[in-house]
Design a protein around this ligand. Structure first.
Ligand code: 3H9
Length: 708
């Protein structure tokens, strides 16, 4: 938008003013919009003949809130907007909000300051600030409870989930629902209010008392805040909503302002805001020329009906696409049909799907034994066993069977996509689509761009992934792509620590103390020690491992002893049901391995050492991926780890964690461990990119690849 163009204008329909916010894409309340809003209200004041005002937004939505990008600007404060809201509400002419699309955060707070609200059917209204580690900062904690009561307000603000217009009407949040454009209905309402001439309903003046139900809701909110100390906004929300019911308006407003500013500066909010933009940035500029037209995909084929294949089939069926699931083994198809049926039945039992919707989704998945059934598909994803020879054989077959122009994708998690692509005879049509299990649930998709992948193919897959609700992170070809390659160095250090004398319990506790849901030993026990060990063994066979006889010896030894993790009752831990218990046998095994490989055992391995060795290795590998051009930006890596590997969102991902820790400190730590442990295999060699950024006082998040 040209700098001199106003983002807010005032027009009139007869004697009713219409104030329009036009600030694409989502009419966020940037400082410019706030300034223009003020100017339009000045004009409304001057035009005394106008009897009322309708407030609307252009484009696909009403306002989606404060401009999150502006929150980092020095001196940012919600005060100017809050003063305008006060002015709007205190005015003597009626103001009616005409709502459509998503009315979120500051957008809803703007609507709450109006004297009436008309919403188009389908509008969604909410205060999602908590998802950014914040609380509403424009009096939402004060006005919303006055309108809908304390329990409902707490529910909306602490969960951050929007209400649909019908629910909002029932809750008292909106006054009227319109079919289609809400502006005519809002104009009628504004005229009626002006003609009635009675006292205007000012939300801030509505009475609010603290009854039993409200007290109970507050007690629950405080308890939730105590259980989740990593989310400081939760306690602030409870305190502010309580203040709305127990303190004068000004005191509640003051408390909200202080709490908002405190949360805005907090580490969890910085991390969550970083992820908000990171998730929206993934896939951008990934496909070469942006002009490459995406191919149409209506029918998806999946080859291989194992756990992965089934999940992928459901992911597309859930999004309304037709799916053909092929497996040459009739028993595998039978198992897949039963497993898919169970998933949908469970969704119905939990009330997440209606029986009809479940049937419809299930009906979209056809099964076949012959891969010729894939001939008409627009996209075919192979999900056969992770073996290069097998994948190349399947790829060659798909290259012949699938129609020209169909996209051929491989769901490999570690293998060379270029070698698979080459086998199809049409490598430009080939792309990697690395889903995470369960594929119909996990949001992450690593989209692997082969050396010859066509820009249109990449674009299609990124676009489709977004349409089916995934976050598609594009990466280049290397062993393990972004996630598994980084996880490998994390597991490498875990196992060295075990052999040197740390226990699985110590390692997990150290990592969990950072806020991680699960430490590496419990994680691998859950994922399957056999799965991890097989990957190591195959990589070793392919000559992909460092020439270090002590490399990942623990998981290989556990695997040989049939200790495959939770599913066999023992792995790094022993299990009683799902409960992980320390196991003397693991400790004895690690001591034996240390002796066999001449590794010195130590008594006291501290939390700091564990955290540094695991986390600094992880960050260093991430920086190497950036330097090699495998990952396009540090924030993409953070999305991989938060969306696919359970890295806590309030830490923002490993690269954000490194930025916050200080890159210089990371580099010093890597050098320290190189000196302490020796660096014969290059484990501690600092990535040149990381070193350069640390020296120049830079941040990984701000780094852009050359020529970007
Ligand atoms: C707040 O309001 C605090 C207040 O209490 C006090 C304030 C003073 N700001 O998601 P999409 C951009 S906190 C800046 O891809 P969709 C987004 O980055 C805020 N930018 O589309 C993207 O830009 P680009 C509370 C924003 O259709 C583009 O818009 N509000 C904002 O899938 C399209 O977004 C929220 O937390 C924003 N507030 O979903 C709502 N919102 O094209 C956050 C969006 O350059 N927003 N952008 O990448 C959302 O939930 C979704 O974006 C929305 C649209 C549902 C609106």
């Amino acid at each position: 938008m040209p700098p001199d163009q106003l983002t807010v204008t005032l027009d009139a329909d007869g004697d009713i003013g219409i104030l329009t916010i036009d600030h694409p894409p989502v009419n966020a309340l940037s400082p410019t919009v706030v300034r223009d809003l003020g100017a339009s209200l000045d004009e409304f004041d001057r035009r005394g003949a106008l009897r009322a005002l309708v407030l609307r937004c252009t484009g696909r939505t009403f306002c989606a809130g404060g401009d999150i990008a502006a929150f980092d600007e020095p001196g940012f404060s919600p005060a100017p907007l809050n003063a305008l809201l006060e002015r709007l509400e205190a005015g003597h002419r009626p103001v009616v909000a005409a709502l459509h699309g998503t009315v979120l955060g500051g957008g809803l707070e703007l609507a709450l300051a109006c004297h009436a609200r008309v919403a188009a059917r389908g509008t969604r209204l909410g205060l999602p600030e908590v998802r950014l580690g914040l609380l509403p900062g424009s009096l939402g904690t004060q006005r919303l409870p006055r309108l809908v009561g304390v329990p409902r307000a707490l529910q909306m603000i602490t969960r951050g989930e929007p209400l649909e217009a019908g629910e909002a009407l029932a809750a008292g949040l909106v006054d009227t629902i319109s079919d289609g454009d809400p502006v005519p209905a809002a104009l009628d309402r504004a005229r009626a209010l002006a003609e009635a001439g009675g006292p205007l309903r000012r939300t801030r003046l509505l009475p609010l008392a603290l009854g039993d139900e409200a007290r109970q809701a507050l007690a629950q909110a405080y308890e939730q805040a105590r259980d989740r100390p990593q989310e400081p906004a939760l306690e602030a929300i409870a305190r502010c909503v309580e203040a709305a019911a127990t303190m004068p308006w000004e005191r509640g407003a003051e408390l909200e302002r202080e709490s908002f500013e405190h949360c805005l500066r907090s580490a969890p909010s910085r991390a969550l805001r970083h992820l908000f933009f990171a998730e929206r940035r993934v896939g951008r500029r990934a496909g070469g020329p942006e002009s490459a037209a995406a191919r149409a995909v209506r029918h998806v084929g999946v080859l291989g009906a194992g756990t992965m294949g089934r999940g992928i089939a459901m992911c597309f069926a859930d999004a309304g696409l037709d799916v053909t699931l092929v497996d040459t083994a009739p028993a595998a198809l039978e198992r897949a049909r039963a497993a898919i049926g169970q998933v949908y039945e469970a969704a119905v039992a939990r009330g997440r799907l209606t029986p009809d919707a479940a049937l419809e989704r299930q009906g979209r998945i056809r099964t076949a034994r012959d891969d010729t059934a894939l001939a008409g598909c627009d996209l075919v994803i192979e999900a056969v066993f992770e073996d290069l020879a097998l994948k190349r054989e399947v790829a060659a077959r798909l290259g012949r069977v699938c129609r020209p122009g169909a996209i051929l994708a491989t769901n490999t998690s570690t293998l060379d996509v270029d070698r698979i692509a080459e086998a199809t005879g049409r490598p430009a049509d080939v792309v990697g689509m690395h889903f995470f299990s369960p594929a119909h649930v996990m949001r992450l998709l690593e989209v692997v761009r082969g050396a010859r992948t066509d820009a249109a193919v990449l674009r299609t897959v990124v676009q489709l992934a977004r349409e089916v609700g995934k976050v598609p992170v594009v990466c280049g070809v290397c062993w393990g792509f972004i996630g598994n390659r980084m996880a490998e160095v994390y597991m490498r250090e875990t196992e060295f620590l075990l052999v040197e004398g740390a226990t699985p319990g110590q390692i997990d506790a150290a990592i969990e103390s950072l806020g991680m849901a699960m430490g590496p030993c419990r994680m691998l026990d859950m994922a399957g020690v056999d799965v991890g060990a097989r990957t190591v063994i195959e990589r070793d066979r392919d000559g992909g491992l460092p020439a270090d006889p002590a490399y990942r010896i623990v998981c290989r030894a556990l695997f040989e002893r049939g200790r495959h993790g939770q599913k066999t009752g023992s792995g790094y831990y022993r299990y009683e049901g799902r409960r992980a218990l320390p196991d003397e046998a693991t400790l004895a095994l690690c001591a034996e391995l240390a002796q066999r490989h001449g590794i010195a055992r130590r008594q006291a391995i501290g939390t700091r050492e564990i955290v540094e060795r695991l986390m600094f290795s992880l960050v260093n590998e991430g920086a190497r991926l950036l330097g090699e051009g495998i990952a396009a930006r540090a924030s993409d890596i953070d999305v991989v780890w938060t969306a696919g590997f359970g890295f806590p969102r309030h830490l923002g991902g490993p690269m954000h964690w490194a930025d916050e820790t200080g890159l210089e400190q990371v580099v010093q730590g890597l050098n320290r461990w190189a000196a302490a442990r020796g660096n014969a295999h290059g484990y501690w060699s600092v990535s040149p990119l990381l070193r350069a950024l640390a020296q120049g006082g830079g941040r990984l998040a701000r780094w852009e690849p050359p020529g970007a």
